[in-house]
Design a protein around this ligand. Structure first.
Ligand code: ZN
Length: 212
């Protein structure tokens, strides 16, 4: 189905890593993974998170919307971010190898025209750590489908900003909670959240406050 014919008020769920761990039904946040110590897995908060952006194929509004998303994410989470420039390096073997070696690779924000009309974005993390010990995110990605007729910005009827914030939440280690009041709810609707809400912030705080 061409993107333009998809009802604009509904953004279907995107793919999440198979290791997604379901949260208790009462929770307003959830995590993508837990390490062998039982801790939810996020980035180390003892160093800035490096990030790069691939603007190839992005709408002109993407530069401003990415800047706003990173600012909102930093305010909501307490993490700091360091911009390491643009890249044309989509997720691939190089980053996978870095992650497998336990080396931190820059968080990737990219715009991809899938033309499928099926997904509006995808986000996730890879993590590493000593066997049986504490694990940390070493790579995260937030991929936005630029074929979406996504109105730019963060207004109540806009989508591009909300999709960015949602996929960045996955890139931090958050999964989908069973709570439609959160930006991490898998469906983005008119009038729904357009920033990180209480549960999103609580989940990010848990990740941020884990020992490095
Ligand atoms: Zn999602």
């Amino acid at each position: 189905m061409p993107p333009a014919t998809v009802p604009p008020e509904t953004v279907p769920p995107e793919t999440v890593p198979p290791e997604t761990v379901a949260a208790p039904a009462t929770s307003s946040y959830a995590f993508l993974g837990f390490d062998p110590t039982g801790s939810p897995i996020g980035w180390s908060s003892c160093a800035p998170i490096p990030y790069q952006v691939d603007f190839n194929g992005a709408p002109q509004t993407a530069v401003q919307d990415v800047a706003t998303a990173i600012s909102d994410l930093s305010a909501a989470s307490g993490y700091t971010f360091t911009y390491e420039g643009t890249t044309s390096d989509m997720p691939g073997p190089v980053r996978a190898n870095e992650a497998m070696a336990g080396q931190v690779a820059p968080l990737l924000i990219a715009f991809l025209n899938s033309s499928s009309g099926e997904e509006r974005g995808t986000g996730g993390v890879e993590w590493a750590g000593p066997a049986g010990g504490r694990e940390k995110v070493v790579y995260g990605y937030a991929i936005i489908d630029s074929s979406v007729e996504a109105s730019p910005g963060y207004g109540p009827d806009a989508f591009e900003g909300a999709i960015l914030l949602h996929e960045l939440g996955h890139a931090m280690g958050l999964a989908h909670p069973p709570d439609p009041n959160e930006i991490m709810w898998p469906t983005i609707v008119d009038g729904g959240p357009r920033n990180y809400e209480a549960g999103d912030r609580a989940g990010l705080a848990v990740l941020h406050d884990e020992p490095c």
